[in-house]
Design a protein around this ligand. Structure first.
Ligand code: SF4
Length: 348
């Protein structure tokens, strides 16, 4: 696509969201990236949290972690460029060991993924022998390798229920675990580092104290304040928000479920309690809907990915994601089991 055409296409979608001079500059970058992408037989996967100009110009596929994992598993391209964070790029490598997987920034980490180590999981398994381990896909490969099955916010409830177990270890997101406990009717404990007082404890869901540094910041007071100003607002919360915030919202679901909700309902306006860029992206895709967002809360990791470093990534093969084969094989089992389950229901 020539630069002028790209600029016009971006302008049509983003004129309310991105300043014009920025669109012209970004259109040039996007055209060069798309040219190189073809030349190098690459596919670009873009998470829903990518900034709007990137999101609407270079990805072959956009979506949440689960959708992008599926795309990564089936691509026939030689190179996968992941516009997301490191655990996502690792998941692509786990599913596609023969492909080159590139993450455009080395700083694109995640507070949740950093909250737990493989050794932490091994210690939990030693304390609760035989109890199946579910790990959120927002973890690093060595943690996935210690797990029986992974989940995303799209399918956490379905994954827990699929295990048909009385007790499940659910790691590492404290709030997602509490929300899943509410949805499944299970109750939850958070073990400390000291041994459990009694092996007879009536626990059902065993959690961990990891949190997403973005979603933990939203409060019930934020919702009250917005409702006071806009009583007809529909509030959508990601399940990484606290259970209190989820309870005070009208809908809770993964990023894709939120997009679907906005597309399929007709509220006068919507408030999205998630990374702010997603509000921009939904607003661009639904110009007839009014979108409110609290943009003081941003993910510093997702925001590391820019059109500039995606271009460098394709030019210089940076940064190559590697996962040791012994870890990859074990992690692949957990991820593939998750993919086989898929997403379910309106509350996913
Ligand atoms: S939004 Fe939260 S869970 Fe997602 S990458 Fe950022 S810190 Fe991690």
């Amino acid at each position: 696509m020539p630069t002028q055409e790209m600029y016009q296409a971006l302008k049509a979608k983003l004129h309310d969201v991105v300043p014009d001079f920025e669109l012209r500059y970004k259109a040039e970058l996007a055209v060069e990236i798309n040219r190189l992408k073809q030349e190098r037989n690459a596919v670009i996967l873009g998470h829903n949290y990518m900034e709007p100009a990137l999101y609407h110009s270079i990805p072959d596929y956009t979506g949440d972690s689960l959708e992008l994992s599926r795309r990564a598993a089936t691509t026939d391209k030689d190179i996968i460029v992941f516009c997301g964070v490191k655990f996502m790029a690792e998941t692509a490598k786990i599913l596609n060991p023969t492909k080159t997987v590139l993450l455009p920034s080395q700083k694109a980490g995640c507070s949740l993924a950093a909250s737990i180590s493989a050794e932490d999981v091994r210690q939990l398994k030693a304390r609760f022998p035989g109890v199946p381990v579910v790990t959120y896909v927002n973890t690093y490969a060595d943690v996935k390798a210690e797990s029986d099955i992974c989940c995303t916010s799209s399918n956490a409830k379905a994954v827990v229920e699929s295990l048909k177990a009385d007790t499940v270890i659910f790691l590492p997101d404290e709030y997602l675990a509490r929300n899943v406990a509410n949805e499944t009717g299970k109750h939850i404990i958070f073990p400390t580092l000291t041994p459990a007082a009694s092996a007879e404890l009536d626990y059902q869901l065993i959690g961990w104290h990891g949190r997403c540094e973005v979603h933990e910041k939203f409060t019930v007071q934020d919702i009250r304040d917005v409702r006071e100003q806009f009583p007809d607002v529909a509030v959508l919360a990601h399940p990484e928000c606290s259970p209190e915030v989820v309870a005070a919202s009208d809908f809770s679901g993964s990023t894709t479920a939120m997009i679907r909700y906005v597309e399929q309902t007709r509220a006068p306006r919507y408030l999205l309690l998630t990374e702010c860029a997603m509000g921009d992206n939904i607003a661009a895709a639904n110009p007839d809907k009014e979108m409110l967002r609290l943009c003081s809360v941003r993910c510093p990791h997702m925001n590391q990915i820019t059109l500039e470093n995606v271009l460098d990534s394709l030019k210089h093969d940076q940064y190559v994601i590697e996962v040791p084969e012994e870890i990859r094989l074990r992690a692949a089992r957990a991820v593939e089991r998750m993919i086989a389950i898929g997403a379910t229901g309106p509350k996913d």
